[in-house]
Structure formats: C-alpha cells, structure tokens
Design a protein around this ligand. Sequence first.
Ligand code: CA
Length: 149
Amino acid sequence: MIIEDDPAIREELVLLLENEGYQVFTVTDFAGIKEQAVQEHPDLILLDIGLPDQDGFGLCAALRKALSVPVIFVTSRDAGQDEVRALSLGGDDYITKPYSVPVLLARIKAVLRRSGGASEHTDALEAAGVRLSLTKGSAGCSIRSCGPS
Ligand code: CA
C-alpha cells in the first residue's frame, strides 16, 4: 500500500512495484487513510511524511494501533532526527528520496521477510504458543516447550 500525495512519485512507485510482481494499492483519498488500510489489510505500507492535512508520523502511530503492518517511510526529508522519530513511532525502515531503486526493492523484501511475507501471515493465527493454520485447518505448537519432549 502506497501512501504518497505526489502523483508522479506515486505512479513511479506503482510501476516499479508492479514490475516486481507486487499487488499495489494506492491512497488517493487522504481523509480516510486509516479506514482504507484496515479494509485493504496490506502486507506493507510505504508512507510519505509530508501529506495533506497531516504528517506521516501521526499516521504511522494511528496505523500501528489499528493493525499490525510493517511501515517503510519514504520521504524527501533526510534529517537524522526525522529518521529517529520515524523508527521510534513504529516505522520498520526509512528511505530518503531520491531513492536508489535496487536499495528500495531490497529493503521492501527485507521488511516483508521479517514480517513473515505476503501469504504466510494471513494463513496462520498464533497465540500462546499454539499455531492455527487457516488454510490447512490444523493446529500445532509453535514453541518447543509445548511439544512432546
Ligand atoms: Ca508528500
């Protein structure tokens, strides 16, 4: 999911990511971003900091409360203080514009890998050491201590 108000950058990101085989959802109505994110339940959010009527920092905090999704800030602001703030508000990574395309793609891959990727985390629910697979209809232990010894 791309949250970026500059149409040129947004379209560039869409093309770039679709070429890599990602399904891309873009926000064009900036009033209800959180609701759209909850509805789309993306695997990853690319988030601009300078947005109409709000900034990406506050939005990141709100998104974090509403759903568990990794967030990569993509921004033209490159002050170190912004980076610290972005990461401390729950951002998973921080990329400054103009970005290098291979670096951007590698960071997206890395964050998706850490978060369990696109298909895996929607397949299973995990709580208290029990892993419930929604597609296999099975339950299993996800921590060693609850298995047979
Ligand atoms: Ca912007």
